[in-house]
Design a protein around this ligand. Structure first.
Ligand code: PEP
Length: 258
């Protein structure tokens, strides 16, 4: 049976104390669920990382950063180096979240440099991809996703495949004004993504987990997780209270026959 992935990006929410309390509570609530069955990860703000990392058992919850510079050091004011994230004992780095791409204008070329740098420094690289509402209107979603994957994983050494995760997050589905993708639509796009990953990495591409994100909530988590090409749920708002996230994870697992 495939492993199910559940994670949340805390964006620019929660203080250090709130993040630590949230993580401790989530670890305790979900502690009885076998980590052979699920991978649980949380991506807090930079300032919370060191304290959070020391406070939790990384076997229960993997910890990630929301972004990272592609250089180890230098004249990059406001950026965070992979060496600094290693010091904090992190497991993964999220790259190319929709808000990084669309609010901060990051490009596919920059995401590619970050992916390679994260992998070279031993992190799991979680590459986020997704089409805009306009791309979707013109029926160009699959092409946009393929482009983001081809550029994002350009010249990535296949030996790193075990440490690559992908999150499909349609831009129009994310956040307070987002509309969740239907399970059918999400499955169709996940199939495209998986096909493209196989073309990019013929030997190992099938093993890359692809998570759906964008207005996941208790009302749609079950129908999404049972789709054959959806390996996990990347949840924003609906995960930011530990008890609610725990309930969502359990109901999704149940729906998936666990
Ligand atoms: C996100 O921003 O990555 C996200 C999935 O948010 P939400 O679930 O709140 O739409």
């Amino acid at each position: 049976m495939k492993k199910l992935y559940f994670g949340s990006n805390l964006k620019m929410y929660k203080t250090i104390r709130e993040t630590t309390e949230y993580l401790i509570s989530l670890a305790s609530l979900t502690g009885d669920i076998s980590r052979e069955e699920i991978e649980l990860f949380i991506i807090p703000s930079y300032t919370s990382l060191e304290r959070a990392s020391a406070a939790i058992d990384h076997n229960l919850i993997k910890l990630g950063a929301q972004n990272m510079c592609w250089e180890e050091q230098g004249q990059f004011t406001g950026e965070i180096s992979p060496l600094m994230l290693q010091e904090a004992g992190l497991d993964l780095v999220m790259i190319g979240h929709s808000e990084r791409r669309h609010v901060f204008r990051e490009t596919d070329e920059e995401e590619n440099r970050k992916v390679k740098c994260a992998l070279e420094h031993g992190f799991t690289a979680l590459l986020c991809i997704g089409e805009t509402a306009e791309d979707k209107k013109y029926g160009a979603g699959p092409e946009v996703l393929r482009m983001q994957l081809k550029k994002g994983f350009y010249e990535v050494d296949p030996s790193h495949i075990g440490k690559i995760w992908v999150a499909y997050e349609p831009v129009w589905s994310i956040g307070v004004s987002g509309t969740p993708a239907s399970a059918d639509y999400a499955e169709k796009m996940h199939k495209e993504i998986k096909q493209c990953l196989l073309e990019l990495f013929p030997e190992q591409g099938a093993g890359i987990p692809v998570l759906y994100g964008g207005s996941v909530n208790p009302g749609n988590a079950e129908e999404l997780i049972v789709q054959p090409s959806i390996d996990g749920l990347f949840v924003g708002r609906a995960a930011w209270q530990a008890d609610k996230f725990n309930t969502l994870i359990r109901s999704a697992m149940k729906a998936a026959g666990r």
